[in-house]
Design a protein around this ligand. Structure first.
Ligand code: ZN
Length: 242
């Protein structure tokens, strides 16, 4: 499938030495991690809140138990495995052709696939800290805790995940901009070019090849040299690392 597009992408990758990949929710859906925003109406009926409201700082503070009920079930998928997109990106980095993966996902699957330089714009479910003493806890501890996960000191544990109303980590943004500004090729996958924050980041791109691979890629992706309307894993799986 997509033979012509894959051939064009292969040429671009062969011609690149400093690729940066920017990925959105579509990268994780192929590992069967649903976008939490598509969570069914059950929770909204129960709490009268939208997924976006539940995953907000205010909700975390005032309805911590309900936050965790949603978060553990709809955002923590500890059995998920890297898919061909994660694996190919790790191989490209290993081969010295890719310098960074910038992701909006919080599942840690790029690291699980072997990627080293991963810039997590929205944090990670794998890092959790006590709000009182700062002690670190892993994802399994949070997922398997009863109700609100608590530290041994009694403090409430908070995931190192950027909630609505919270700002992105400025050092992660800085490093992302630096990587993009030094890239010769920028591949945007599993998200649209026209949606924040990808739209803001590409202003810093000065390289030769801009590629978008997204199921719902459209003709509106005008800035891209190559736009492939397909699942990212299916495309990257066919790329040769050489
Ligand atoms: Zn503590």
């Amino acid at each position: 499938m997509y033979e012509q597009e894959v051939e064009k992408l292969q040429k671009i990758i062969d011609d690149s030495n400093r690729i940066v990949f920017f990925g959105g929710a579509g990268v994780s859906t192929e590992s069967n991690i649903p976008d939490f925003r598509s969570a069914d109406g059950l929770y909204q009926q129960q709490y009268k809140y939208s997924p976006e409201q539940i995953v907000s700082h205010t909700f975390f503070v005032h309805h911590t138990e309900a936050f965790y009920e949603f978060y553990k079930e709809k955002m923590m998928f500890l059995d998920a495995k890297p898919n061909p997109a994660h694996i190919k990106l790790a191989q490209l980095e290993e081969a010295g052709k890719l310098s960074a993966v910038i992701t909006q996902n919080i599942d840690g699957l790029h690291q699980a696939a072997g990627s080293k330089n991963v810039l997590e714009l929205h944090g990670s479910i794998h890092r959790n800290y006590c709000r009182k003493c700062g002690k670190f806890y892993d994802a399994a501890y949070v997922k398997h805790s009863e109700g609100i996960p608590r530290c041994e000191c009694g403090g409430i544990i908070k995931p190192d995940v950027v909630l609505y109303e919270e700002g992105l980590d400025s050092s992660v943004i800085q490093r992302s901009i630096q990587e993009i500004s030094q890239a010769d090729t920028l591949i945007i996958g599993g998200t649209s070019l026209v949606v924040y924050p990808a739209a803001g980041f590409i202003d810093y791109f000065r390289g030769r090849h801009l590629v978008v691979i997204n199921k719902s890629a459209t003709a509106r992706e005008v800035g891209a040299e190559l736009s492939i309307a397909a699942p990212i894993g299916e495309i990257l799986d066919q790329i040769l690392v050489r």
